[in-house]
Each structure stands twice: as structure tokens, then as C-alpha cells.
Write a protein that binds this ligand. Sequence first.
Ligand code: NDP
Ligand code: 2IT
Length: 447
Amino acid sequence: MINIDPSLEPVYDTVLKRNAGEVEFHQAVLEVLANLTPVVKKRPEYTRASVIERICEPERQIIFRVPWVDDEGRIQINRGFRVEFNSALGPYKGGLRFHPSVYLGIIKFLGFEQIFKNALTTMPIGGGKGGSDFDPKGRSDGEIMRFCQSFMTELYRHLGEYTDVPAGDIGVGGREIGYLFGQYKRITNRYEAGVLTGKGLTWGGSQVRTEATGYGLVFFVQEMLAADKSSFDGLRVVVSGSGNVAIYAAEKVLQLGGTVLAMSDSNGYIVDEAGIDLDLIKDLKEVRRARIADYATEKGGNYVEGGSIWDVPCDVALPCATQNELGDAGAAALVKSGCQYVAEGANMPTTPTATAILREGGIKFAPGKAANAGGVATSALEMQQNASRDSWAFDYAEQRLHEIMTTIYANCATTADEYGLPGDLVAGANIAGFTQVADAMLALGLI
Ligand code: NDP
Ligand code: 2IT
């Protein structure tokens, strides 16, 4: 059971009542509230201005019908969402997720996390998230395009480079951003590049945005290792997922001398003791849109259908697939096999009780809202380049990302120290992110 300050219990009760059944949102709110006890004691002005109640209630929630026609000529209806959570620091910013599991509770948890993550980047971006219960798996390119066009035909009226700037998330990558941007441009008759991020390099995108979340995650872990006078050189790493975040986390691990032993998708995981062949994974996932099982057929290694990737012994575990993918059994397995670091590339991949098991087992733990902030930070760099009609070289963009991740780590670590919780990067991230947004909200009055 997670304890919260008695003064925050009514806030959490309201969240439960107002958002009945939205369990992922409840989980995300509870984790932040649990770390705010020392903050409410030190800063009573937050309570006087009801900042925490306000932060838990989205500024605006948009739910809409997305009709489209499939390749057989059948009409399909999906539901679209955009939750514009908080704009105290800048325009709403956060990805779009296309996955059949999407409902309001998932979008709200992601939007809520995004507020604090975006604050930690120190870039001028508020928090939001959107998506649809559309399942892109097995859909043709034409179906994906028609869906994206229909989705944008409603969403465009809520967007703008000064208002709300979406990007990708699960099921939304460069291809989908292209179709979404094309439709936005057509409807508005404006080449407003800064309205979406994650664009292609020839039409307003930024170098390193594709790699940014994964690279940033590994830069963050580099700081954790450096604090222990260690490095990735020779370390064995397990990365769950095999999408955008997982692939580029693995790539940076390899560049830094580590070995990636295992990767997964929603069907199973592959273990290759010789080290995963990342070129093959990229070809399977980015080009052929195939399954991870095909790795074993084409390359060898051991494919385990279902099962838990956390059973693979490693030094560093990087959950990079989805929420609540690392539960108690996985955490216990990691502790038992001697894993030393867990850093979240996905959003909220570790359940609260699994987090407790990891930390009690002596594993150093980095929360997603800090460790995976490199993606959205580089989105903000893309907005910066769009606003100045500039485009930076790869090395410069990567250097900026690296500096941002180093700063986020330092901010989380020093905030944890300041509040008497040395080494607690979860508390450091929640407190540092929260106070940044809360101070802006105080300054802007009751809105
Ligand atoms: P992708 O769609 O590129 O990849 C998702 C990967 O996770 C796939 O391998 C997918 O397998 C697996 N996965 C998705 N859902 C499930 C599930 N329910 N059970 C098991 N496996 C699943 O998404 P991203 O790499 O962009 O996102 C991964 C995570 O990182 C998400 O939590 C996202 O919110 C987070 N994130 C993403 C950022 C970004 O810039 N893209 C930035 C920060 C965080 P399969 O193909 O079988 O579905
Ligand atoms: O969860 C995330 O931070 C993202 N999916 C990236 C958001 C963005 O706007 O780049």
C-alpha cells in the first residue's frame, strides 16, 4: 500500500470518484501524490491555491468519432482522444498512441505523466496526450493513411504550434506522422511545421528525434553508472519491446560497449547469447513489420513464446514496451539473478509493488518520466528548429539531447538529496517536475 499525506487524501478520493474505472490514471496520480508529502509541508501556498487538485484535472478533454473505410469497403468506427492536461509551461505536448487497449484512462495516465516529464526537460512545453483504439496491426498502408486522415479531420481544430503539438507513441511513427501532417496541411492551407513533431528529415523533422527516447534513456543510465564509477562497457542488457524506444536504446548500448542479450514483442522474446543482431531487428520491425519470432527463424538464438523476458539474467534491464509490463514476478527474478539497474524507457512499465521489490532488492531504479524524457525533449528541439526555420546537424542535436539528459539526472539526484531521500530518483523526478509546474501555475493565477 502506498501512503500519502492525510491532507492529500481528499484530492485522491476526488480523482477516484471523478475518473471511475480509470485504473492506470489512478496509479499514475497516486505515485506522484505519494512523493508530495514533504512538498506540501514546505510550500503551504500550493495547498492554499489548490494547485494539486487543479493539476489532477485536465484543462480540456476531447473525445471524437473516427469513421474510415477499410480495404474491403467496410465502414469502421474508432474512438479518438486528446487530453490537454496542463499548459502552464507551454503548449500542450505529448504523443498519440494507436493501440486497441486505448481508452480514456490510458490517455489520462500518459497525459498526467507528460506534465512532469516535460517540466523536467526544462523546455517550454505543457503536457497532453492523445490517440485511438485503432489497431494498426495487419492494416495496409492505404488503411493507415485513411485512418490518419479521418483522425486529423477532427483533431486539427484543436492543434497549433502555440496550442497543442502531438507526436508519436505506440503505433504512431514516422509514417503516421506523415499522413497526419499532410492532412493538417491540406485542411488549414498552412505549412505549419511546428504543429507536429517526429516529422521526416526532408519535411521539417529534426535529426536524432527518431533515436532520441532510446538514446536519452541510455545517456540517463550512463549517469547512474558514472555515479557508481562504472560504465556500459561489458555489461549485459535486456531490453523489452522492439519498437522505436527499444531499438534505439539497444543501439546506444552497443555503441557504448554493452551487449544486448534479449528483446521482445507482445508475442514473446528472443535471447541471443552472442548479442542481438540489431540490423536484423531493424529490418524486421521498421521495414518488414514482422514478428520477433522471425529473428530465431532467420538468425538462430532462442525464441520463447509468451513467458517473461525478465527471466533472462542481466546487469541492466530496460523496460521499453508498455505500462505495467514488469510485475512482481519479473522484479523478483531480476533481483535474484543479480540485475543492478532498471531504467524505464516505456511510460509506467513497472507496477508499484514491483518497484518496491526492485528497490528493496538493492536495484537502482530510474522512473520513466525522467529516463525517457529525451524523446519529448528532442521534440521541443524540433519545434525550436521549426520556429527559426533552421535544421541542425546530427552531432549537434545529439549533443543537445545528451546535455538535457545529464541535466535531468542531476536535477532528480539533487532534488532527492535536498528532500532527504538520497538515491530516490522517483521522488527526485516527481518533486522536481511538480514544483516547476506548480510555481508556474501559482504565477498564472486561478485558471
Ligand atoms: P512502438 O509502437 O514503436 O513499439 C512498442 C513495442 O512495445 C513493440 O515491440 C510492441 O510489440 C510492444 N508492446 C506494445 N504494447 C504491448 C503490450 N500491451 N504488451 C506487450 N508488448 C507490447 O512504441 P514506442 O517504442 O514508441 O513506445 C514504447 C513505450 O515507450 C511506450 O510506453 C511509450 O509510451 C513510451 N515512450 C515512447 C516515446 C517515443 O518517443 N516514441 C517517448 C517516451 C516514452 P507489438 O509490436 O507486438 O505490439
Ligand atoms: O511519452 C512520450 O514522451 C512521447 N511519446 C513523446 C512525446 C513527444 O511529444 O515527443
